[in-house]
Design a protein around this ligand. Structure first.
Ligand code: AMP
Length: 426
């Protein structure tokens, strides 16, 4: 199938070909036609499947064909969980929309709002936003969503995990009831299905990879390792394997910092990326990783969410995630766009429950390989990791504060404020 047969305009086809895409990815083939027909869509797709183009291309087409209102009210609203993802979606919109008269911008927390407000004042057709900053600006009367025709909830599962449900509900209340709704999620929990039922109207369901299963192109391995030897093992893997680009996941911010320091001491060019890092540091680390000046990027789950790093050969779980769905998200960073990749998990005895939960979710026994000299003591405790690092209470909104930490202020038309929660897991 070619892009020509999807019903996209010449201006978009030109931009697509400039990007070098020749064939639409499965999610694009399935999602673009119903979106162009104005239908609601519920899509199962994770980062790496080409989902961003799957919704931004048809949105650009719909808006470019629609009537131009002189005031340029926001006609498409794209909600995403993290700043990085928001920025990446905007970058894609700009590229795909190069030959169209469509204005777009992004708003997210953690940076001065004034430049964002100035952009909004000029009139914007497509707004990409994280929920916190959007509510902030709405409460201050600096943004109007009354003309929104298309709503996208991207990475909806992650937004719920991060505690954005209330925010999403508040935003829904100020949107026009008649609109087209698109929802993308990598996993489909009961909560996600409930959210979808509340927002979507007779959605067409499309799937890029089977629900909750891991991508076939990814070689998954588990290396049992004594907890205290994990740092030594990962350094050995990188240096002896001469790995050039490796994304490493830790469970905590402190863990990410500590591992990064050890890697740097061992001569590996590494940087950490997590919620305590300022936007500038995060952007710089990501750019360094993409341009090859950094070998290792050590990330927490939230920080890595939605990062667009094509063709990543190695992903290492330095620690297994305590939320099994995070495993699927993490390893989805490798084997992208048809290339094969390797996802390695360093597994210590105290993570036994996490491994079982992951295997249950993906429906696979992950292959275990022992590396001489690193095996854990067979008598080591398999007791789960101490309280505070274990399975979080999903309803307690555990991840909210670390990514979208815009301050809440002003007259709150969305209802009462939520207390600012601080949790150092991520
Ligand atoms: P996404 O899943 O939206 O994060 O996209 C993953 C990567 O695939 C991005 O680097 C896109 O630029 C790239 N991509 C999206 N669509 C295509 C396509 N049809 N052909 C090749 N690459 C694509």
């Amino acid at each position: 199938m070619s892009f020509n047969s999807l019903g996209l305009s010449d201006a978009l086809l030109k931009a697509i070909s400039k990007k070098g895409y020749t064939t639409p990815s499965p999610i694009q083939q399935k999602a673009i036609p119903p979106i162009l027909e104005g239908k609601d869509v519920l899509a199962s797709a994770q980062t790496g499947t080409g989902k961003t183009a799957g919704f931004t291309l048809p949105i650009l087409q719909i808006l470019a064909q629609g009537k131009h209102l002189s005031q340029r009210p926001i006609r498409a609203l794209i909600l995403t969980p993290t700043r990085e993802l928001a920025a990446q979606i905007l970058a894609n919109i700009k590229e795909y929309g190069e030959f169209l008269d469509i204005r777009s911008t992004v708003i997210f927390g953690g940076v001065n709002q004034n430049p964002q407000v100035a952009q909004l004042r000029q009139g914007i057709d497509i707004l990409v936003a994280t929920p916190g900053r959007l509510i902030d600006l709405q409460n201050q009367g600096l943004i109007s969503l009354s003309k929104v025709e298309i709503l996208v909830l991207d990475e909806a599962d992650r937004m719920l995990d991060m505690g954005f449900l209330r925010d999403i509900e508040r935003i829904m209340k100020v949107l026009p009831p008649k609109r087209q709704n698109l929802m993308f999620s990598a996993t489909f929990s009961r909560d996600i299905k409930k959210l979808a039922m509340g927002i979507l109207n007779k959605p067409v369901q499309v799937e890029a990879t089977p629900e909750n299963t891991t991508v076939e192109a990814i070689v998954q391995k588990v290396y049992p390792c004594a907890k205290e030897k994990k740092t030594e093992l990962i350094i050995k893997l990188i240096t002896e394997g001469n790995w050039q680009q490796i994304l490493v996941f830790t469970r905590t911010k402190q863990g990410a910092n500590k591992l990064t320091e050890s890697m740097i001491s061992a001569g590996i060019k590494a940087a950490a990326i997590h919620g305590n890092k300022g936007q500038g540091a995060r952007t710089k680390a990501l750019a360094g990783f993409k341009n090859g000046s950094l070998t290792a990027l050590v990330a927490t789950d939230i920080a890595a969410r939605g990062l667009d790093i094509p063709l990543l050969p190695h992903v290492v779980n330095f620690e297994l995630p305590n939320i099994p769905e995070d495993y699927v998200h993490r390893i989805g960073r490798t084997g992208r766009a048809g290339a094969s990749g390797e996802a390695i998990s360093l597994f210590s005895p105290d993570e036994t429950t996490f491994l079982r939960d992951i295997e249950k979710l993906v429906g696979l026994r992950l292959p275990i390989e022992n590396i001489a000299g690193f095996e854990p003591d067979p008598k080591a405790s398999t007791q789960p990791i101490k309280q505070g690092q274990g399975r979080p209470q999903r309803s307690s909104n555990p991840r909210k504060s670390s990514t979208d930490n815009s301050s809440r202020s002003g007259n709150n038309s969305f209802g009462p404020r939520r207390p600012n929660q601080n949790n150092d897991r991520r």
